[in-house]
Design a protein around this ligand. Structure first.
Ligand code: HEC
Length: 712
């Protein structure tokens, strides 16, 4: 990270700007670590289970319940929980990862995929590995984040933003092997990235990718764990008719093909597998959560016809071969960015008097699904948030009854749809306590106006959703206000068997962290208000909280070493909501702060240094002289090219600069940065070849206009 800092600080621009930038960067800190423990082994662990006090795999144990049997920290002792130590992370770009703790070492991955091995007792960093992916940061829809590494057989497996799968020696942090997982030529403009955690499955390492906003066609690939040799690949959506991939998915996709219409392949089709991948060793089934359509607009993608398999589905594959076994599609004809990629939990539930091996998921579409994980049979689908896209699911057919008013692609008018494209529940993982029988879900209850784009041209390297979201033009004041009014974030305790809420705890911010449940009767969760909180699992009463100095989105873990239980969390505000949400995401206040790995124990006495105030330019913006037409054109271009990182209405709620406060609005620096790529290494892509000079002047006029307006 040093090199980036240096580059930005010496970059040719006015002295004032240099000072400003360097001052801004002094708030950035360095380091990291990871941790946690866990135990409850449900359906057959293929990975070796050494100590039940480690946190060995992504979901804590093979059932991915994110529930720990550890109970030294409990309702009685939690009041004495204190910070044991922390590791500074050399970025403030946001943290989403679940740490892995094995045999006394925490393995953590930070923004830009910097991996660290940290002594889980002391916080001492043993090694750091930087795959140098900063220039690839703009490939990711939602920030340069990673949700975790996998550790097995003395290797740490890393999925890098630029598409590489890298196996590191867990003792030294040096690469043993690496493969590029993105090698598929494609007719559509493809911009794949990896943000998900790789998973160890038998002798294989399985990895997916993201990029459905950029025209990707989704797939997962399994590699030999020892050598990195490709073993199988499963594409989730059909490619161009008549063209076979020569992969195991060919036969399943030959059948799925009739559920697609039009020329979807030009847009990639979507269906990326960017998060949930789970394995049941007893059934030898691998479950993949498949993402949204590309483009999101179903009218453009498939003429508004057909189910579009396997979008928005859970697909079960034979682990060794990748062969298709069954699927369940949650949102046929997906049109609202409703992914089925959210975390999947295995459980043994008694339903109608019968013991059932189930999997549970609370995906973006707002319905809580329970499926029989041997057969894929739908057991139940109950709304856990406010939804209007469907009137419910027909149990017999397993199909949702879609509300015609939500089908914006059939008309000209925007439709206000709940949940939003961010989903009622996104990637911050939920947890399940098998003893208490409750699932704990971080819910974002909100709607968003959806409208078809008026300009259905495919442009490489930028969002191609076929909708006017997140374009500027639909985000007019009234709609923005309606969306903001609808926003609610809460921690929901959900009884999966009855399909009812046990309790809910509302938050100020609508986007909050992933969840850890423990046998100590506690639920741990960080939030957008810079707090890390322990709640009583029974009723949601907050029992303890810690000022983390930054918003938290990552899920905590727990582990035990030498008889001491630790709680660990990667703290750092980032990801889609703060970046794109802009003005809306500011409801939680300014949650951006120093990113750290925070580790707690009973009697911990460490305290964080005082938070330095963030410096912003006090200089007044240039005069607002653009014509209404020019500003409107700039608004549209901003929506197309800039909004996903710099935020709705040019208001930033993330670490990405708030352009209204930029000192570059008046001068030639704007061109140096936006067309010249002067900050490309720092994650600000060059728009050379995408924007003309005259486009840039329109964007400039829009930014100056916004800078002169009061924030609403
Ligand atoms: C992929 C995310 C991304 C996109 C898309 C993006 N930016 Fe940026 N931008 C960044 C990041 C990150 C920085 C901060 C880089 C640094 O640390 O110096 C930045 C910095 C800037 C700066 C410098 C601000 C300052 O005062 O330091 C300007 C100006 C800017 N962007 C304009 C734009 C414009 C205009 C667009 C659309 C045409 C755009 N950006 C699109 C990520 C993005």
């Amino acid at each position: 990270m040093k090199s980036v800092q240096a580059l930005a600080c010496v970059h040719p621009r006015g002295r004032f700007q240099k000072l400003l930038r360097c001052a801004r960067r002094t708030t950035i800190v360095a380091a990291c670590a990871g941790l946690i423990a866990l135990s409850s082994c449900a359906p057959g662990d293929n990975a070796s289970v050494a100590s039940g006090d480690d946190w060995r795999v992504h979901g804590g144990d093979p059932s991915s319940q994110r529930h720990s049997r550890l109970m030294d920290v409990n309702e009685k002792t939690v009041g004495q929980l204190g910070l044991a130590w922390w590791v500074d992370l050399d970025t403030d770009a946001g943290q989403e990862a679940t740490p892995i703790m094995r045999d006394g070492t925490l393995y953590v991955i930070s923004a830009y995929d910097v991996v660290r091995a940290v002594d889980a007792r002391t916080g001492k960093t043993r090694w750091t590995y930087d795959p140098e992916v900063r220039a690839a940061a703009s490939r990711s829809c939602c920030g340069p984040v990673s949700r975790g590494v996998a550790v097995e057989d003395g290797r740490v497996f890393v999925g890098a933003l630029d598409g590489r799968l890298i196996a590191l020696d867990s003792n030294t942090g040096k690469p043993d092997w690496q493969v590029q997982t993105i090698d598929q030529p494609h007719p559509a403009p493809v911009n794949y990235s990896i943000t998900g955690a790789p998973r160890v499955v038998k002798g294989l390492i399985v990895i997916g990718n993201g990029g459905a906003e950029f025209g990707a066609r989704g797939y997962v690939t399994a590699y030999d764990r020892k050598t990195g040799r490709k073993v199988w690949r499963f594409y989730t959506v059909p490619g161009k008719p008549g063209v076979k991939d020569g992969e195991i998915s060919d036969s399943a996709l030959a059948k799925a093909g009739s559920s697609w219409h039009g020329e979807w392949w030009r847009w990639g089709g979507g269906g990326t597998v960017w998060d949930a991948i789970e394995y049941d060793a007893d059934l030898n089934l691998l479950y993949i959560g498949v993402g949204n359509g590309s483009p999101t607009n179903y009218g453009l993608r498939s003429e508004g016809k057909g189910d579009n398999l396997f979008l928005s589905s859970i697909v079960a594959l034979r682990a060794d071969t990748g062969e298709y076994v069954w699927h369940y599609q949650q949102t046929p004809g997906e049109s609202w960015d409703y992914t089925a990629t959210q975390n999947i939990i295995f459980a043994d539930l008694t339903i109608a008097g019968q013991p059932r091996k189930v999997l549970m998921q609370a995906p973006k579409n707002g319905l809580f699904y329970i499926l029989d994980r041997a057969t894929g049979e739908l057991i139940s689908a109950k709304p856990f948030a406010t939804i209007n896209w469907t009137k419910g699911v027909d149990r017999k057919s397993g199909r949702p009854i879609v509300n015609p008013a939500a089908q914006y692609f059939r008309g000209q008018q925007p439709a206000f749809v709940m949940p939003s494209s961010g989903g009622a529940h996104n990637w911050p993982p939920m947890a399940y306590d098998p003893d208490g029988g409750l699932v704990y879900i971080p819910v974002q209850d909100m709607g968003l106006p959806f409208a078809a784009t008026k300009d259905p041209e495919i442009r490489p390297g930028v969002y191609n959703t076929g909708t006017a979201i997140p374009g500027g033009d639909v985000m007019r004041k009234a709609e923005l206000k309606a969306a903001t009014r609808s926003m609610k974030g809460y921690l929901l305790a959900w009884n999966p068997v009855t399909g009812q809420a046990a309790w809910r705890r509302e938050m100020v911010s609508s986007f909050n962290g992933g969840v850890l449940s423990t046998a100590g009767g506690l639920i741990f969760q960080g939030n957008g208000e810079r707090k890390f909180v322990a709640y009583r699992a029974k009723n949601g009463t907050p029992l303890w909280s810690f000022d983390a100095q930054t918003g938290i989105v990552a899920p905590p873990i727990t582990y035990r070493l030498d008889g001491v239980q630790y709680i660990a969390v990667m703290a750092g505000w980032g990801g889609a909501w703060p970046m794109l949400g802009g003005q809306m995401a500011l409801t939680s206040g300014n949650a951006v702060g120093p990113n750290r790995l925070l580790v707690f124990r009973i009697g911990g006495k460490a305290s964080l240094p005082r938070l330095a105030p963030r410096s912003v330019s006090a200089a007044p913006p240039p005069a607002d002289k653009g014509t209404t037409r020019l500003i409107a054109r700039g608004d549209g271009l901003y929506g197309q090219y800039c909004v996903r990182c710099h935020g709705i209405a040019a208001v930033s709620a993330s670490m990405v600069p708030d352009l209204r406060r930029s000192g570059f609005l008046a001068g030639p620096e704007l061109e140096t940065v936006v067309l010249g790529g002067a900050l490309a290494e720092a994650g600000m892509p060059s728009f050379q070849g995408k924007l003309t000079l005259s486009d840039l002047e329109a964007v400039r006029a829009y930014l100056i206009h916004q800078a002169n307006r009061p924030t609403e």
